[in-house]
Design a protein around this ligand. Structure first.
Ligand code: ACO
Length: 376
């Protein structure tokens, strides 16, 4: 009986539902959001426009975009209670744990938490998009013993994030590279964190619960945590010339090389060429090419010896480092972007919901009698 049941460990190759949000085409290494190629969005649109697209199905016109941006700016402020909670976090808390807890707390304060109707879900999505970067920046500064910097409503989304982290806005090339990374990180079908968010939503639990779960799933180094792991790895390699020996040791120990491989793409991640171009631009702007040189050596060896391609986290890690971000902020930045995709999926799941509840193939002992405790 049990031989006939096929278990797809890791749900490899399983279509769990339909979705109209994004499409991954591994055969052509391409990715579309609502029908638009992601690299075209990077060149022709902004992260704000992409967020609007993911939530509304169409790109905004100028007045729709202005209204969307105004709403985002109007929702940035954190409550005094949340700011107090952020101050009470352990100083060495990982920023992913801080933002996970902050989002959970926001759920307790949100007037629409219990309302899972679509208009209420959209209002909550906007509040999360606006508040998550503020909480990420505030928690990070507090962890370094610095005072949070309040959001500046005169600044667009990306500029405001740099303002809140560093107290200043960098040159436009840096903002552009950051904006591109945010577009590329925004959405990617049924990845682990998105599927987690959909699973939570399928029980008719609230959006903040779904996003809190998504953040928890994203932290893992096999998923979003890889962008931090990539930079730790690059820093471990003393020079580009040492990369060959370093990777040989990884192969001998059957260790993972972070930022490589992907469950869906086997011939290259659609997002890598665009992110790599902007990471190289950052290296030029900053005048420090060593990370990109070492990256190129690693990518060449991985392809020649293992036939494994880099994923988005591989160029995103050094790009964020070159922008000046501390490594523990890399995955929280991913959260600031992916909230758009997660929320789109929470709304889509809720609109045509069926409880997600797969089966497990039991491999434990046959049914047996319970022996009373004195006889065991
Ligand atoms: N380094 C070394 N070997 C690897 C790597 C890697 N990064 N990735 C895959 N392999 C190996 C596997 O060990 C496996 O070897 P085996 O056949 O000898 O057992 C083989 O390649 C095939 O692996 P897959 O079955 O294709 O891997 P899977 O789909 O289960 O996992 C994953 C995909 C988790 C992304 C994996 O490639 C990995 O761990 N990569 C490193 C972490 C990482 O970069 N994650 C970011 C993902 S993208 C994102 O979240 C934005």
């Amino acid at each position: 009986m049990s031989e006939k049941i096929e278990v797809r460990k890791g749900l490899v190759g399983v279509y769990a539902d339909e979705s109209s949000i994004s499409k991954v085409m591994p055969e052509t290494n391409s990715l579309t959001y609502r029908g638009y190629a992601v690299q075209d969005l990077c060149e022709e649109a902004s992260f704000d426009e992409t967020a609007y697209l993911l939530w509304n199905g169409e790109l905004p016109n100028r007045s729709q975009l202005s209204a969307f941006q105004a709403e985002e700016k109007a929702n940035r402020a954190l409550s005094p209670a949340l700011l107090r909670v952020l101050r009470d976090f352990p100083q060495d808390a990982h920023p992913m744990d801080a933002i996970r807890t902050a989002v959970s707390f926001m759920g307790m304060e949100d007037p629409d938490t219990a309302d899972v109707s679509e208009p209420a879900q959209r209002r909550k999505a906007m509040r999360l998009l606006a508040k998550i970067p503020v909480a990420v920046a505030a928690a990070h500064r507090l962890s370094k013993g610095e005072e949070p910097i309040a959001p500046d409503a005169s600044l667009p989304f990306c500029e405001n994030f740099f303002h809140m982290v560093f107290g200043k806005v960098p040159q436009k090339e840096v903002i552009r590279a950051f904006d591109v990374s945010m577009i590329l990180y925004a959405e990617h079908t049924f990845n682990a964190s998105t599927f987690t968010a959909r699973t939570i939503t399928s029980t008719m639990a609230d959006m903040h619960g779904a996003i809190t779960g998504g953040i928890a799933a994203l932290k893992g180094p096999l998923h979003g945590g890889a962008n931090e792991a990539v930079m730790h790895m690059l820093k471990e390699i003393p020079s580009p010339e040492a990369a060959g020996e370093w990777i040989k040791d990884k192969f001998e120990h059957k260790a993972l090389v972070m930022g490589f491989g992907h469950r869906v793409y086997k011939n290259g991640d659609s997002r890598v060429p665009t992110m790599k171009k902007y990471a190289e631009l950052m290296a030029e702007v900053v005048g420090d090419k060593r990370w990109m040189i070492t990256s190129a050596v690693l990518a060449d060896i991985m392809l020649r010896q293992k036939n494994i391609h880099p994923n988005l986290d591989f160029p995103a890690g050094p790009a964020y480092y070159l922008m000046g971000f501390d490594i523990p902020l890399f995955t929280p930045i991913f959260v600031c972007s992916r909230i758009t995709g997660w929320a789109a999926h929470v709304i889509e799941q809720g609109a045509d919901n069926r409880l997600i509840r797969p089966l497990s193939l039991y491999t434990g002992p046959e049914q047996r009698n319970v022996v009373p405790i004195d006889q065991r």
